[in-house]
Design a protein around this ligand. Structure first.
Ligand code: DAH
Length: 375
């Protein structure tokens, strides 16, 4: 005889003539089953008890099989007895199974409890680099005043970086000791040394009046030390309109200083020379830490301004008419002012940092201090 795979033939039990399914026997079997069920404490022992007391080979199954041995008039009563015992056992089993499942589920939930208050090694959110934060903040201050942001390329034409800005052919800034030129020299391309060429681009590309700021990277063949980086950042500003005067320049710089450092901060100008502005000045910021009170006060020195009361911030001036003329602008009708300042220095002062190199060395523990826009 053959069977389909994985099927098991029913076990045909031979009637056991030694078992007499009388009331006392059935009661004994019932008691034993109920006791065994009550003694179980998990699903495995419960399954074993079920098999032992109600399975095909259990004494009760045997007794049921032995009904046929009884005289015909006793069979019906014996069948009823066994049927009742079986249903009591089944009920006891269901009840115990419910209890055990509940206990086991509770134990599992307890074992798998997650303490959401435990510290995790989770990932910190990313943040903008402090210099990027400052560039954006400075640009935002001007956008709020109705200015536009203009950007120019970092790889720039020598003409835009120098000639159009009225640098003479032999101006020292053009020397290779200061400027990073691109090979071959005959290409007259360089890494821009300041953001001022964006002034020319803006004047050539835009309709007047022009009010633009240009934040960006600049490059110089400079030392790499605590106060100099060969790659650094500037914010350039240019306003060209009818009737622009030095007073507009002063007011604009004060506005920027106050928005960044507080309502009581002022700027001052010292005469200087830039080829593209006339007159030109250097801009200083009133020290926002000591407000100038450290000057002549050796008992309260100020680290931020080195007790000078003012911090060098950038350059500025009235746009040289030669620059406007180089861009085809009628200098009888239009005038302008311009300024440019170091953004990295501004961040360094604001953060109270002592060494510019920390901002570019990429140590995430340093950078993370500025996460969340604390500048
Ligand atoms: N470009 C100058 C520099 O890098 C800074 C500067 C000075 C920008 C005067 C200006 C300005 O717009 O008017 O040192």
């Amino acid at each position: 005889m053959s069977f389909p795979e994985n099927t098991v033939p029913d076990v045909v039990m031979a009637p056991d003539t030694s078992v007499v399914p009388d009331a006392a026997t059935v009661q004994t079997l019932l008691d034993a089953a109920l006791q065994a069920i009550a003694a179980t404490n998990d699903s495995a022992t419960l399954a074993a008890a079920k098999y032992q007391h109600t399975g095909d080979k259990s004494p009760l199954a045997m007794a049921n099989g032995a009904i046929g041995n009884l005289p015909p008039d006793e069979r019906r009563a014996a069948g009823q007895l066994i049927g009742q015992a079986r249903s009591q056992i089944a009920a006891a089993f269901t009840e115990r199974a419910t209890q055990i499942t509940a206990v086991e589920l509770a134990a599992k939930l307890h074992a798998e409890t997650v303490d959401v208050t435990l510290p995790t090694p989770g990932h910190r959110p990313g943040a903008l680099h402090p210099i990027t934060q400052m560039l954006e903040r400075m640009a935002d201050i001007f956008v709020a005043m109705g200015w536009e942001v203009a950007e120019g390329p970092e790889l720039e034409a020598e003409w835009l970086n120098f000639d159009a800005l009225n640098f003479t052919p032999y101006h020292p800034a053009r020397f290779m000791s200061d400027t990073l030129f691109i090979d071959p020299l005959s290409s007259h391309k360089l890494l821009r040394t300041h953001t001022s060429p964006v002034q020319i681009r803006a004047l050539l590309e835009r309709e007047l009046p022009v009010y633009v700021v240009s934040p960006g990277k600049v490059f110089r063949a400079d030392e790499y030390d605590a106060t100099h980086l060969p790659v650094f950042h500037q914010l350039e500003g240019l306003a060209v309109d009818k009737g622009i005067t030095m007073a507009h320049l002063r007011g604009t710089l004060d506005q920027l200083a106050q928005a960044l450092f507080g309502a009581d901060i002022r700027t001052r100008m010292r005469p200087h020379y830039f080829p593209f502005t006339e007159p030109s000045g250097e801009v200083d910021l009133l020290c926002f830490v000591c407000h100038g009170e450290s000057v002549g006060n050796p008992e309260h020195p100020c680290r931020t301004c080195r007790s000078e009361g003012w911090i060098e911030w950038g350059g500025c001036g009235i746009v040289n008419p030669k620059v406007l003329a180089a861009c085809g602008i009628d200098t009888e009708q239009y005038s302008g002012f311009a300024f440019g300042m170091g953004v990295d220095r501004t961040v360094m002062f604001k953060a109270g940092a002592g060494d510019l190199r920390e901002f570019v060395e990429g140590d995430v523990r340093f950078d993370a201090q500025f996460a969340g826009g604390v500048l």
